[in-house]
Design a protein around this ligand. Structure first.
Ligand SMILES: [Zn+2]
Length: 319
């Protein structure tokens, strides 16, 4: 167990006591990097976008059962595959949701393939359960399966970064819920049943945990490679996530915090994998980074190098 190195604060940033405690309490685990929570940086965190938060409808638990839980908005959550994992740190309250595709084998969605679709879905969820990969998986028939308990961390996001107007988050496994849709990017998207189920699940989670709409994001938006400082280590839902149809604002319009806050970069591979909507968020983040550098009277690349050094410091502090 290592404590955070004492470093002089730079660019006005400092680690909170909660962050230091977190390192002390959170041992090395297969979950990947720990969450680093930082003090608010109002002077550097530009408003994410002129975006109105969409307030979720009130959703409540109607009945709890070993088989399934029922909610007031029609959501039914299957409990057959539920499994516990390492508990979430701090108060256990998730700050956001990361959406994934399972990138698993897909059979054509047709009536005569029902048995095959059922078998593929069941095998997939069993695999996800073994690896404790996500909190929820929505299969192609729109069934919402609870896998990792909501109060626990799941192994869904790896090295990942997001930020809202108050905080920056690094290592989202432990602070964001993981919701996967059984889908493959190369295939034709998701089914109407998945869309409907996803909408009710998001509404329930946002209502229960008061999750801001701007913290409902995709793996393609948050995933990073800390070794080469590139964004988009994983690119699932890189540019085609149906935010609006799921009752959310178009969060592709938000600048990528990995670039704006920590000096990461996009590259050709990301440009190819991500859609034009996500490339726009790269552009916005670069502009924000340049603006913050100018406000401090330093060159952009010097500022980027300093941000990376700070990220490297956090990375080294993680056991
Ligand atoms: Zn993913």
């Amino acid at each position: 167990m290592r404590r955070p190195a004492k470093k002089p604060p730079q660019w006005g940033r400092r680690i909170t006591i909660a962050g230091s405690l977190l390192f002390a309490l959170w041992p090395a685990s297969p979950l990947g990097p720990a969450t680093v929570k930082l003090d608010p940086l109002p002077e550097r965190v530009a408003p994410a976008a002129a975006q109105q938060d969409i307030v979720p409808e009130a959703v409540w638990l109607v009945s709890r059962g070993s088989e399934a839980d029922l909610y007031s908005n029609g959501l039914r959550v299957e409990n057959r595959y539920r499994v516990s994992n390492v508990g979430r740190p701090l108060d256990g309250r998730p700050a956001g949701i990361v959406f994934h595709t399972t990138e698993s084998h897909q059979a054509p969605f047709a009536e005569e393939r029902s048995r095959e679709l059922t078998r593929i879905g069941a095998n997939l969820i069993a695999y996800i359960r073994r690896h404790k990969s996500y909190h929820f998986v929505i299969d192609r028939f729109g069934r919402v399966n609870r896998v990792v308990e909501e109060a626990d961390a799941a192994n869904h996001a790896g090295w990942s970064i997001w930020a809202d107007a108050r905080r920056e988050y690094v290592g989202l496994n432990q602070i964001f819920l993981g919701v996967a849709l059984e889908a493959e990017t190369a295939a034709q998207g998701i089914t109407p049943a998945q869309l409907q189920a996803g909408k009710t699940l998001i509404a329930m989670l946002r209502s229960k945990y008061e999750i801001a709409a701007a913290n409902c994001v995709t793996h393609g938006q948050v995933s990073v490679n800390p070794h080469n400082f590139r964004v988009g280590h994983h690119t699932d839902w890189g540019g085609s996530f149906p935010f609006t149809d799921l009752g959310l604002p178009d969060n592709y319009s938000l600048p990528l915090p990995a670039i704006a806050h920590f000096g990461f970069r996009s590259d050709g591979a990301f440009a190819q994998a991500a859609g034009p909507r996500l490339l726009k968020s790269v552009e916005l983040a670069e502009r924000q980074l340049a603006g913050n550098a100018a406000a401090r009277g330093v060159m952009v690349e010097a500022y980027r190098a300093e941000l990376r050094k700070q990220f490297q410091g956090f990375k080294e502090q993680i056991p």
